[in-house]
Design a protein around this ligand. Structure first.
Ligand code: FAD
Ligand code: NAP
Ligand code: SF4
Length: 672
């Protein structure tokens, strides 16, 4: 057994969990409508089959006031139970266990009925909450208890009471949002009465043989949050009130410190849970950026926690636990913490999925079935689109040849993996290397395919996944050797001077800027450095665990430019764009919009802003001005009558990302 601590059973008294893996709560967008519960059941069943010890549903409201958004998922009435029974039956049929997360959104509720301990609007929602009356507080506690009773009747193994992330319970606990002067506010003891009463009365109502997980905010990361003594006191009181397990909550949603994005070091917050060890006897769960078995095992072996929670890693690979147990962790499809298909989708009111696993939350719709007729298929291009397509075709039983002119698979992921904070992209390449091998794809590297060789190859069908060509710019001096393309920097490692202008402030422009301001190749693997840079105090001396951020000086002076009006980076992804903007701001990058590019010469880059001329005294310019499809091969082959499919950047380069490339490659392969 490679991971003895991870696969040690956990005795909870009335039942024993088979391992220390908790699938953390994750909103998928399937919780809100009764008609989606069959899909949700298939999603959970696949993960139960994959060997996870205990699962938690996405947040379900205990009342309409507690909705995250209008008509969000709730469990408040007896006739809500049958849809939940679909989930519990599906999970139990696979030998799994599942808890319902009770989430009252408090002032984060995106609707006009929201309530809070005090009438204080949150900075991230437009609605001002109504302050609960004392009777309203009692009624809300009753709502939690009633919801837990219904959950038990619907077959759940337990509930998780959501006490962190800045939702209602957290709002009662922190002085910054609780200005009450009655029995539910004032000093710390009165502020924490609300969660303690919820847990105590829930335990009374559901009996001993039912799991109660309490998600406790251990590090608020907002000013006026809890101090460490309050956290430890609350944990002891929650244990005494009858909780079975304490899960870790890190950071309110309004915090300005990233907590789960890919640039957060792996297990970057396990030290917080570790600090609580010894304060309580019930199991403690470590969370945030735990995505691979060796990381999880290290936390458990080091006594930092008793369980590990993973949410997104189980979206990425439902068989995570079974693969780890079998010692095949190199086969795990690792969550790269990009948020692009999970959280970003949820924020856009779309169903969650996963960039590296487009089947996530689409288990009943995107099926990979054995092909009826086995075909010989060439896939040209081993970028994300081509790798996903070839692997899926191979899995379905086709005879697949994957051809790439480069010496390694991965396409642009080989450039992305060099960006500080995108080290996880290497895992996707490792996963595909094994998967392609397992399904018998013939991978031919260092070979440029052309129309003649493909026609001569005797293939039944050809998939063109040849990606993109970086867009060039044209102005006087743009052909100067000091005007580089991003591939000169990331692929050919061309030396770059100390003052640099970047043309184009899209995803790649931001990434190149982050690459150029960093001194060391992988700064985000160092937890101490990361906490210092973002202003997290590991000594927990201040409320909320904050201290002034101390970013290291930038390696270069960088200007990041775009022609369009508005804030550069405004179009970056919702849940990660702010982190990229804050990172570059901390590194003193000058971000300019409404720029006209006039010429480049020995004095630097001549630009206009709003028509006013300016010279940026730079040594180099790096062009990151978007991309054009590289589809020449497809255009040559199509008229020959050959069956050709075009995917990824070769199909549409505009707004292409790996999420679309992998999803398209998988879908096309599922239909051939
Ligand atoms: P590519 O990755 O471009 O792969 C095409 C492949 O085809 C290449 O390997 C090439 O060698 C091969 N090829 C071309 N012509 C031939 C031929 N004639 N014969 C044989 N082989 C050929 N996307 C995200 O979603 N999230 C991110 O965070 C992200 N970060 C990025 C950071 C950087 C620095 C870069 C450069 C890109 C990033 N991307 C990101 C974009 C993402 O990598 C692309 O959207 C994705 O790689 C496109 O996949 P693809 O398979 O269509 O093409
Ligand atoms: P992009 O996001 O389309 O950005 C291109 C940039 O170049 C824009 O800022 C654009 O702004 C500028 N530009 C376009 N044409 C130009 C021209 N002719 N002259 C000068 N400037 C021009 O493309 P990208 O940055 O190359 O990224 C490619 C894809 O990879 C993106 O679609 C993105 O989704 C994906 N990606 C994602 C991430 C991520 O973290 N999610 C990271 C990297 C890449 P103006 O027109 O205003 O100048
Ligand atoms: Fe992880 Fe990205 Fe998939 Fe979300 S979309 S589960 S962050 S790999």
């Amino acid at each position: 057994m490679k991971y003895p601590n991870l696969f040690a059973p956990l005795d909870l008294g009335h039942l024993t969990l088979p391992n220390r893996i908790l699938m953390g709560s994750m909103h998928t967008g399937l919780e809100d409508k009764a008609r989606d519960y069959d899909k949700l059941a298939a999603y959970f069943a696949e993960r139960a089959r994959g060997g996870v010890g205990l699962m938690v549903t996405g947040g379900i409201a205990p009342s309409i006031e507690g909705w995250l958004k209008p008509f969000g998922g709730r469990l408040t009435l007896p006739w809500h139970k049958p849809r939940h029974r679909k989930l519990t039956r599906a999970v139990h049929a696979e030998g799994g266990r599942i808890c319902l997360q009770i989430l009252h959104a408090g002032r984060y509720g995106y609707h006009p009925l929201s309530v809070a301990p005090s009438r204080i609007k949150s900075p991230i929602t437009p609605f001002t909450p109504r302050a609960l009356s004392a009777r309203g507080v009692e009624r809300t506690i009753g709502d939690f208890v009633h919801c837990a009773k219904l959950a038990r009747e619907a077959g759940y193994d337990g509930v998780e009471v959501m006490g962190s992330e800045g939702y209602l319970i957290n709002e009662f606990i922190a002085a910054r949002t609780n200005r009450r002067t009655d029995a539910w506010g004032g000093d710390a003891a009165r502020r924490m009465r609300f969660p303690v009463e919820i847990v105590r009365r829930t335990r009374e109502a559901v009996g001993r043989d039912f799991i109660i997980i309490y998600r406790l905010s251990m590090l608020d990361l907002v000013e006026g949050g809890q101090d460490w003594d309050e956290v430890a006191t609350l944990a002891r009181a929650i244990e005494a009130a009858g909780a079975s397990i304490i899960n870790t909550g890190i950071g309110w949603h309004e915090a300005r410190v990233p907590t789960i994005v890919t640039s957060v070091p792996r297990a970057g917050f396990a030290w917080v849970t570790h600090r609580l060890k010894g304060e309580v006897a019930i199991p403690l769960v470590a969370t945030n950026r735990i995505n691979m078995p060796d990381v999880a095992e290290r936390i458990l072996a080091g006594g930092e926690a008793d369980m590990v929670s993973m949410a997104r890693p189980l979206l990425a690979d439902p068989a995570w636990a079974n693969k780890a147990k079998a010692g095949r962790s190199e086969r795990i499809n690792t969550c790269i913490a990009c948020n692009q298909a999970c959280l970003d989708h949820v924020f856009q009111n779309r169903r969650a999925s996963c960039l590296v696993n487009p089947r996530a939350c689409h288990e009943t719709e995107l099926k990979i079935e054995t092909a009826v007729v086995r075909k010989r298929i060439a896939v040209v291009g081993a970028g994300p689109a081509g790798m996903a397509c070839a692997a899926t075709l191979g899995e379905r039983g086709h005879a697949v040849t994957l051809i790439d002119q480069a010496g390694e698979i991965g396409g642009q992921f080989n450039y992305a993996k060099q960006i500080p904070g995108k080290e996880e992209f290497r895992e996707t390449l490792r996963y595909f290397r094994h998967r392609l091998q397992d399904v018998g794809v013939d991978v031919r590297l260092g070979q440029a395919a052309d129309a003649a060789s493909l026609r001569a190859g005797g293939y039944d069908e050809v998939v063109i996944a040849t990606g993109i060509t970086p867009r060039r710019v044209s102005f006087p001096g743009s052909d100067d050797p000091r005007v580089l393309g991003y591939l000169d920097v990331l692929a050919r490692h061309h030396p770059v001077g100390e003052r640099v202008a970047i043309i184009g402030a899209g995803g790649i422009g931001f990434d190149v800027a982050e690459f150029l301001v960093e001194h060391v190749p992988s700064p985000t693997t160092d937890v101490d450095r990361w906490t210092r840079e973002w202003g997290v105090d590991k000594q927990l001396r201040q409320r909320g665990g904050l201290q002034p951020p101390a970013p290291e000086a930038p390696a270069r002076q960088v200007w990041l430019l775009q022609r369009s009006e508005g804030r550069p980076g405004a179009r970056l992804n919702k849940t990660t764009g702010w982190v990229h903007r804050a990172t570059l701001k901390a590194k003193r990058v000058t971000m300019l919009g409404k720029v006209g590019y006039e010429r480049f010469d020995d004095s630097g880059l001549h630009i206009t802003i709003d028509g006013k001329p300016q010279v940026l005294p730079v040594d180099h310019v790096v062009v990151c001005a978007g991309q054009e499809p590289n589809r020449g091969l497809a255009d040559e082959l199509s008229p020959t009558g050959m069956k050709v499919h075009v995917i990824g950047g070769a199909d549409v380069a505009a707004e292409l990302d790996a999420r679309r490339a992998i999803a398209q490659g998988t879908r096309v392969a599922s239909e051939i």
